[in-house]
Every structure is written in C-alpha cells, then in structure tokens.
Design a protein around this ligand. Structure first.
Ligand code: GAL
Length: 420
C-alpha cells in the first residue's frame, strides 16, 4: 500500500472539494503522465492528443521514458506525495489498486454509467479499473506478452519455419546463428527479461501452472521442478543474444528485427507498434507467432489511465479524457497504431492487420477457455513489490549473479515471500 497523503495533498484535496460555486472556469487541459516515448508509442498517443484537441482540450505531456514504466511510477509517486496530481497517469493493474486504496483516485462512475462501460469492458479489466464499486481508471488497450516477432526475409534466408515447441525455437535460433545473424534481439533490462520469462514459464508449465505460480503465488508451484525447468529454458535461450544486449531499450531490440540485424524478439505486442511505425506489413515483412507452447493462451496486461482526484475545475477535462479513451472509434484507431487490441468487446476488427486480428481472436478464445492470465512482469499477476522481486531475480539469473536454476528458484521463493 502506498502512503503519501501529505499535508499538501490533503490541502489540495480540500481546496478541490470547495465545490462548483467556488471554482473559476473549467481548465481546458489534461495533464498526462506516461512512458510512451518510442516511435510507435508516441504515434499511438498522438491519436488521443488529436481527439482531445478536436474537443478543445490542450495536452500537457509528462513523459517519463523507460519501458515497463518503473521510472514513470517513481516520478508519479513523487508528484502525488507533493499533492501535485496529474489529470491521469498510465498505470498497470495492481498499481491502480494501490493508489485507489491510498484514497487519491477520482470517481468516474457517472461517466461510466452514461457510456455503458460495465457491459463493454471485460471483467478481467474491471477487476483493476473499478475499486469499491467506483470507476477509478480507464483501460486503453489489452496487450499480450507471449509473442515472437520475426524478420521474414531472415526467416526465408535461413529456411526457418514456425516453431511449435520450445526445442523447435532453440533449433531455429541455431540456424540463425549458423547464418551469422543475431538470433535473439533482447534488451538486458530486468522488465524485458522478466517479460520474456513470463512466456517461457507458460510454455514450460502451461496456463494452469502459470496462474498458480504467478497469479495465486502458490508456494508449491513457485518451488517446483517445473519452475526449475523454466529457468533451465531461460538459460538456454539467453545464449542467443548479442554481446551488447545489456541495458538496451526494448524498441532498439525491435529495430534490430525490423532491419534484419536479428531474427526474433520475444516481446509484448507494443513491439508491433514499432513495425507499424516503420510501415512494415505482417506476413510480408514480419511474422507474429505465439511463443511456442503457449498457443491458445494469452498472458495479458492493459494500460490503464488512472484518474486522480483532481480539483473540481479539472474534472470536466478528466471526464472528457475518460470518455474519449473508451469510445469505440478511438479504441480501434489507437490500438491499430499501438499494436494492442481494444479494451472493449464490441469493437470490430475491420481496421486491424493480420496480427491484430489474431490478437483479438486469441483474447476472445483465451477468455472463454479460462486461459487468459495476468502477466506478472507487467503488473497483472501480483502487487508491485512482488513483481519487482520477480524481475530482480530473473535479471540476476540472466546476468550471471545467480548461477544455477536451483539457486534461482530458491531466491525467487524467498524474494516473493519477503515482498508478500
Ligand atoms: C508496457 C506497456 C506498453 C508499452 C511497454 C513498453 O508496460 O503496457 O504499453 O508501452 O511497456 O514501453
């Protein structure tokens, strides 16, 4: 739980609460904190900026670079502690609940009723956007992490075909290596490594195992042989990165695949936003496959705009932002560019490319089959402290500070226990 209701914050709330009669004219501006600074992300955000500008709202951008959002969340914490609430902030699952519990979020329930969000937004997302019966956040999209992004020309050159099992994937990486291409494009940052490990765990143990270990935090699953085998598989796959991978940003890893300097990236479908921005076409320039062994399952996250309890004269702008974000037309236009899929179930897939159509169909099927699970690396498996413990252990293993799978399992169990 986050504690930061300082005197300043309480004062700001009190002033904000003075009510309609005391306030000056509504502020026609939204202030948005986010970590969407790559080419594809910025292009997607532009769709929203333009929609709001048509409604007469100015955009005050608060970008904090750093994929996965750790830096952005540190900045947000400082702003909120100072009583300086943005209109909204990009947030992932359990972080929304933390802020809601701390009592600093606004209440969008009226807008939600007017717009019919209850019926349109899947329950898996409402679990995080509704707190104590009140809408406190608005989901922008649904991303999923269990994807491979492959350069088609390189694939053709090495005579590769879609890997159906983890061993197939290793064989494919070997082919690329033999042809002198970097097999695996990865950025050695903890959140990227853990995002890839999410897929490996699902592939190694299946969706039920993933859910028990990384959503229910079941101790027996966390310390199981299957978890050990998952670390063995992680050790196998990281052998295929290039020597410069440490610290590389995720979008630079995507660029390696786009340019044909690398064969494949294992990444959430925000990577597809980079292919879209580079004007690349699925099946012609690149291939999107589910991580082998995870077909039929979706490990998801969703970008939410957490709505803060801003002063009364900023609430109209906040309501407009919320309504625009969940409008059907925006959900299509934005997600086509972002690489994600709509956060509403009633948006047609017409405007989406082949990968987007597959993403939408997969989400629907996984949801119906009980194979839709929250990503631990991406804030939808457990509370932020636990996700951070997870990212830390995975990263130490990748970078050789933890030497064996046995030791990695032990440290994972310990770190998660400490963070509970
Ligand atoms: C994720 C977020 C995506 C994408 C990615 C890389 O956490 O959900 O929208 O932005 O980080 O920055």
């Amino acid at each position: 739980m986050i504690k930061f209701l300082t005197t300043t914050a309480v004062l700001a709330l009190a002033v904000g609460g003075l009510g309609v009669s005391a306030r000056a004219a509504d502020v026609k501006e939204v202030q948005m904190l986010h970590w969407w600074t790559s080419g594809g992300e910025a292009a997607a955000l532009n769709v929203l900026k333009q929609d709001l500008s048509k409604e007469g709202y100015a955009w005050k951008d608060v970008p904090v670079a750093g994929g996965g959002g750790d830096a952005a969340m540190t900045a947000l914490k400082a702003m909120v502690a100072a009583g300086n609430y943005p209109t909204a902030s990009q947030m992932l699952g359990y972080t929304v609940l933390d802020y809601a519990q701390a009592g600093v979020m606004g209440d969008l329930t009226e807008t939600a009723k007017k717009e019919g969000w209850d019926k349109a937004v899947p329950q898996a997302l409402q679990k995080f956007s509704v707190y104590n019966g009140k809408w406190v956040a608005v989901p922008v999209n649904v991303h999923s992490v269990n994807w491979l992004w492959i350069n088609k020309a390189v694939m053709d050159k090495i005579g590769g075909k879609q890997p159906k099992t983890f061993d197939d994937l290793i064989a494919l990486l070997d082919k690329a290596k033999a042809a002198g291409v970097v097999p695996l494009a990865l950025g050695g940052q903890n959140w990227q490594e853990a995002t890839m490990f999410d897929s490996i765990v699902m592939s190694t143990g299946g969706p039920e195992f993933y859910k028990k270990a990384f959503n229910d935090l079941d101790e027996a699953s966390l310390k199981s042989d299957t978890m050990k085998k998952s670390f063995d598989n992680l050790a196998k796959i990281v052998k295929y990165v290039d020597p410069n991978f440490s610290g590389r940003d995720w979008n630079l890893a995507t660029a390696m695949v786009i340019k044909g300097d690398a064969l494949v990236q294992v990444m959430g479908d925000w990577a597809k936003g980079e292919f879209v921005a580079a004007k690349k076409t699925p099946d012609k320039d690149y291939l999107c496959y589910r991580f082998p062994g995870t077909e039929g399952s979706v490990i998801y996250n969703s970008d939410m705009f957490g709505m803060f309890n801003v002063p009364a004269d900023r609430k109209a702008a906040q309501g407009a932002l919320a309504a625009a974000t969940l409008s059907k037309s925006f959900q299509s236009a934005f997600n086509v560019v972002k690489g994600s899929v709509p956060a509403r179930t009633d948006v047609p897939d017409t405007a989406f490319d082949a990968c987007g159509k597959k993403g939408m169909a997969d989400l629907k099927a996984a949801n119906a089959d009980g194979k839709l699970v929250g990503s631990l690396a991406q804030g939808y498996g457990a509370a932020p402290a636990i996700a951070n413990a997870y990212k830390d252990v995975v990263s130490k293993f990748v970078h050789g500070q933890i030497k064996t799978s046995d030791e990695a399992v032990k440290q994972l169990v310990q770190a998660i226990d400490d963070a509970r």
